[in-house]
Write a new protein. Structure first.
Length: 333
């Protein structure tokens, strides 16, 4: 029974479905490394010969022999057949893709789990790896060239808008952004003053309400034991006054300090934010490190690992060693 499948490192492949280049590479590899697989070699060789003959026939049809000159003896004019339409040239991407696909087929034939045993094999693999590296460099250059018009257009659009809306942290903030910041600083000073005044009124109203409530409660206690109706009525009045003052204090606390707004515009208000800075006290950094080692140990470990990875690239620091870390030498191509 003839063999119908090629046993690759990734599983059985139907020989009849294999492209010519893939089949040729597989055949060469079997002949070189595993000549004992004679049945597969024979089947692959027949498949390669058949595909080669088909490609040769197609090439011959595409370029027929030129007919001899006729018509010189006065016979009828013979019209020459139309020349086949020329194929459009490959785009840079199409050429790069074809090159990649061919190289990857060859790489798949080598990178199948079988070790290199001879210098010739190592040289072949080395050349193949170099060709793939060159292909990657060429592809990256082509990618850069292909997207350059788009990058240039994006940069032009970005520059146009950045003139007005670039963030304030940029080296050149936008005109509108700077104006917003300046107006915000102007408003912040005024709104803070207004808010300070509101807080003072809130404190005064709360104090007055508390004092009135204390007086009203005292009068209420006195009214419980008095026989004077006027005293009772005075206690009720004081309680009502205290309730009114308390309501007024709550109203002051809810007052909004703002500017602008209306006609669909958002009102400008104060926004509370917080900044943190070193205290400057002796041992402050150690205190902070101990705090975060306790509360965020993963973040501290990641930071230390980043520092160690940076230091290990420095020959001097690597020679000194990095406390807490083991330095291993790793070889790679």
């Amino acid at each position: 029974m003839s063999v119908t499948h090629y046993k690759s490192s990734k599983g059985a492949v139907v020989i009849a479905d294999m492209p010519l280049r893939y089949a040729t590479n597989a055949l060469n590899k079997l002949r070189r490394d595993e000549p004992e697989r004679a049945d597969e070699i024979e089947a692959l060789a027949a498949h390669v010969d058949r595909l080669g003959a088909e490609e040769a026939a197609k090439a011959e049809q595409a370029e027929p022999d030129q007919p001899s000159m006729i018509g010189h003896n006065g016979g009828p004019q013979v019209e020459e057949p139309d020349a086949p339409a020329a194929k459009p040239p490959l785009t840079p991407w199409e050429a790069i893709k074809i090159n990649f696909d061919d190289l990857l087929v060859e790489a798949g034939n080598w990178a199948d789990g079988v070790e290199i045993t001879t210098q010739d094999q190592a040289d072949t693999v080395g050349r193949l790896r170099g060709m793939l590296q060159d292909a990657c460099s060429a592809a990256d250059n082509a990618r850069t060239a292909e997207k350059k018009p788009l990058d240039d257009k994006v940069a032009e659009i970005q520059a146009r808008y950045n003139e007005y809306i670039a963030p304030i942290k940029n080296r050149q903030p936008g005109k509108a952004t700077k104006a917003i910041a300046a107006l915000g600083n102007l408003l912040a000073a005024y709104l803070k003053k207004q808010d300070d005044e509101r807080r003072e009124r809130e404190r005064a109203a709360a104090k007055a309400a508390a004092e009135a409530a204390a007086k009203a409660l005292a009068a209420r206690e006195e009214a419980k034991t008095t026989s004077d109706i006027a005293v009772m009525e005075d206690a009720d009045v004081l309680l009502a006054d205290a309730a009114a003052l308390l309501k007024q204090a709550k109203s002051v606390s809810r007052e909004k300090v703002q500017a602008g707004g209306g006609e669909g515009l958002r009102a400008q208000t104060l926004r509370t934010s917080y900044v943190v800075e070193p205290s400057g006290k002796e041992g402050a950094w150690n205190d902070a490190l101990r705090h975060y080692m306790r509360t965020r140990p993963e973040a501290i470990r990641d930071l230390l690992l980043d520092l160690a990875r940076s230091d290990v690239r420095n020959p001097g620091l690597r020679a000194q060693g990095i406390p807490g870390f083991i330095i291993r030498e790793v070889k790679g191509v």
